[in-house]
Write a new protein. Structure first.
Length: 270
């Protein structure tokens, strides 16, 4: 019986240890012609750069001549950056520039993702985009972030790197360690190697000084429980403003509630 219990406990542990990347990331490439059509439709610019993972590409669109702000946009684990292009063109503040970032292994980017590699990509992509806009370096007062799901964690990494104090997060988790417990029902956060910790990053943001982060989460989110956003908001009442959308789900919240999210972007753009 003891051996059976150990086996039953060991199987999920081994599963989490061995398959973490497959549980967190769902990379896909761009179909032929997608980036060319994006360039023709938006007059945007591809930002090509190299990291330890090889050749990477992000995308810059919006007001590229006299932008008020530069937004860093990171999508969720099953999306690529250009999935957001049309939504941004329709709903986002038109006075701003938008850097749409793919993780290593996604879109036109080589390599495989993990927190350190995503940080490395952002370390190069953001200054490259700033230079493309004619800025001598990234200016924290003119930088903003906008992330969904896993992209929220990536945006908070960017905030940590560049001192960004204002942004919008859609359906963030507290940490991947907490998500592991949620998925398995076991206290196995210590086994998680892909460590994204949004609670810690928000604490860093608050420690740097005044800031404002709007968190929006659907009450019926089937992927990341809304309780995680409630916890982030309750823990950081000094900087977080929380909106819960009744009935909204994880993968449709942006498309079905554009007016709520657009209003949040306008507020943070001030």
């Amino acid at each position: 019986m003891l051996l059976s219990l150990l086996f039953m406990a060991g199987v999920p542990l081994l599963f989490v240890v061995g398959c973490q990347s497959k549980l967190i990331y769902f990379p896909r490439p761009y179909a032929p012609g997608v980036t060319a059509r994006w360039s023709a439709q938006t007059h945007g610019r591809a930002i090509d750069f190299v990291t330890s993972q090889g050749q990477q590409r992000a995308f810059l669109q919006g007001n590229l001549k006299t932008p008020r702000h530069l937004w860093i946009l990171c999508g969720g684990n099953g999306t690529v950056a250009l999935d957001w292009s049309e939504w941004i063109a329709t709903n986002a503040p038109a006075d701003d520039a938008w850097l749409l970032v793919d993780f290593p292994g996604y879109g036109d980017c080589a390599g495989k993702p993990n927190p350190a590699r995503i940080r490395e990509a952002l370390q190069v992509a953001v200054p490259s985009a700033a230079a493309e806009l004619g800025w001598p370096k990234p200016d924290p007062t003119r930088l903003r972030f906008f992330g969904h799901s896993l992209g929220s964690a990536a945006c908070l990494i960017a905030a940590s790197e560049f001192g960004i104090q204002r942004g919008v997060l859609i359906a963030p988790f507290t940490s991947t360690m907490d998500m592991a417990r949620k998925m398995t029902g076991l206290p196995i956060g210590f086994l998680v190697t892909h460590r994204f910790d949004n609670e810690a990053r928000l604490a860093e943001l608050a420690a740097r000084g005044p800031g404002e982060v709007i968190i929006i989460h659907g009450s019926d989110d089937e992927a990341i429980p809304v309780e995680m956003s409630r916890k982030l908001a309750n823990t950081r009442t000094d900087i977080v403003r929380f909106t819960e959308i009744p009935g909204a789900r994880h993968n449709t919240i942006v498309e079905e509630n554009p007016e709520v999210i657009a209003a949040a972007l306008r507020q943070i753009a001030q």
